[in-house]
Design a protein around this ligand. Structure first.
Ligand code: 5GP
Ligand code: ZN
Length: 113
């Protein structure tokens, strides 16, 4: 737990969030400013600043497993979805606690902006 981190506060239950899945290593909750009908953030419970600091293969596996589980739960697994990990300045990362964006329920465009 990093006391100043917004997502650590969500993990600790200090800030409310619409949680959609929980496991030993991860938590999934709805993005407060959704960019698609389904926009869920999947995060490690442990504070990891960005993908650059992800060094635990068990957490990496758990993040992907939960992403697939939430895609099924949200009904977008078959229709399709996008997973994005914004990293540092050029990636437009704004919250420095690793999170996977799961976006679905509409046709995505490519390339991303
Ligand atoms: P980033 O730009 O770092 O990849 O994404 C951060 C995401 O966190 C944004 O999509 C933003 O809408 C979301 N977000 C920021 N603050 C909160 C919050 O307090 N609660 C929830 N559920 N999402 C948040
Ligand atoms: Zn954190």
């Amino acid at each position: 737990m990093t006391s100043s981190c917004l997502f650590c506060k969500i993990v600790a239950g200090e800030i409310p969030a619409a949680i959609v899945a929980e496991s030993e290593h991860c938590l999934a909750f709805r993005d407060i400013g959704p960019h698609a009908p389904t926009h869920v953030l999947i995060i490690p419970r442990k504070h990891v600043e960005s993908l650059n600091q992800l060094d635990d293969p068990a957490i990496a596996a758990a993040l992907f497993a939960m992403t697939r589980e939430v895609a099924e739960q949200e009904g977008v697994a078959a229709s399709g979805y996008r997973v994005a990990i914004n990293t540092n300045a050029d990636g437009n990362q704004t919250v420095f606690h690793l999170h996977l964006h799961l976006l679905g329920g509409r046709k995505m465009t490519w390339p991303p902006g």
